[in-house]
Design a protein around this ligand. Structure first.
Ligand SMILES: NC(=O)C1=CN([C@@H]2O[C@H](COP(=O)(O)OP(=O)(O)OC[C@H]3O[C@@H](n4cnc5c(N)ncnc54)[C@H](O)[C@@H]3O)[C@@H](O)[C@H]2O)C=CC1
Ligand SMILES: CC(=O)C(C)=O
Length: 256
């Protein structure tokens, strides 16, 4: 029987690439997103490639939604093995522009969504009586400070802390918890960030992207597939003896 993975935020960008990569690795995949049309379109592509995929609409900020996606995934495929807490939002907030609303939304989705995802997946693994893998999306912005990303960066630092903490709490149940920390990945999110930073400075889009891209040692932006390859490792057996870790996939940027 195929192993089963659930990926949140799978309608575009990194989540879409992870879903497709895990399908190629032999997983049955549940694609979760806020906009059903988008996850359905990706699920259809996977089905057309002879894959097993379902699409589920959910808001990861809502605990009940997240528990329900895990239950639906199990009900459909009959097992549950890997949870990828990938969905996130990235407000661009110079420190003087941070409002309670911006802070709360990012906390509810990025931090809350990750915690509910860990709770729901670990509960299911324990009920099934077998091991499982939980993989969380942090960021290079969760390892170092990025100007204009105070709120976003705070959520991504938090996700690394949650990863380390829950790895220790869940180890006795055979559950591993790791995080991936992409650098600058060409997705709708990153394009929005670059555009907003450029707009605030009265500069063109290319200038906005350059603010993030100029220190990449490998001298190229990353593609969603670069990240999906590392998540494939975290989801597969070769990472079985690894837990509580944050895998940096930034082309040599943070520690330049
Ligand atoms: N693009 C980049 O350069 C980087 C991205 N990341 C992280 O990787 C993850 C994926 O990022 P991208 O693919 O770039 O973003 P994206 O914005 O292109 O895609 C994220 C997806 O998550 C969904 N989503 C957002 N809030 C949701 C919610 N409450 N419930 C359900 N779905 C929700 C969105 O609808 C979207 O389909 C995020 O956690 C992001 O913070 C980390 C480092 C760099
Ligand atoms: C979006 C993000 O995580 C960046 C710029 O590191």
């Amino acid at each position: 029987m195929k192993k089963v993975a659930l990926i949140t935020g799978a309608g575009q960008g990194i989540g879409e690439a992870i879903a497709k990569r895990l399908h190629h690795d032999g997983f049955a995949v549940a694609l979760v997103g806020r906009t059903l049309d988008k996850v359905e379109a990706v699920a259809k592509e996977i089905q057309n490639d002879h894959g097993d995929a379902i699409a589920i609409q959910a808001d990861v900020a809502k605990r009940d939604d997240v528990f329900s996606t895990v239950q639906k995934t199990y009900d459909h495929f009959g097992d549950f093995n890997v949870m990828v807490n990938n969905a996130g939002v990235a407000p661009t907030t110079p420190i003087f522009e941070v409002t309670p609303e911006v802070l709360e939304e990012a906390e509810r989705i990025n931090v809350g969504g990750t915690i509910w995802g860990i709770q729901a997946a670990a509960t299911m693994f324990k009920n099934l009586g077998h091991a499982g893998k939980i993989i969380n999306a942090s960021s290079q912005a969760g390892m170092t400070g990025n100007p204009n990303l105070t709120v976003y960066g705070s959520t991504k630092f938090a996700i690394r802390g949650i990863t380390e903490t829950t790895a220790k709490e869940l180890a006795d149940d055979g559950i591993t918890v790791n995080a991936f920390c992409p650098g600058i990945v060409v997705t709708p999110m990153m394009n929005d960030i670059a555009q907003q930073v450029a707009d605030k400075a009265g500069k063109p889009f290319e200038w906005g992207m350059e603010q993030f891209a100029k220190d990449i040692a490998l001298k190229r932006l990353s593609q969603p597939e670069d990240v999906a390859g590392c998540v494939s490792y975290l989801a597969g057996p070769d990472s079985n003896y690894m837990t509580g870790q944050s895998l940096l996939i930034d082309g040599g940027m943070v520690f330049n």
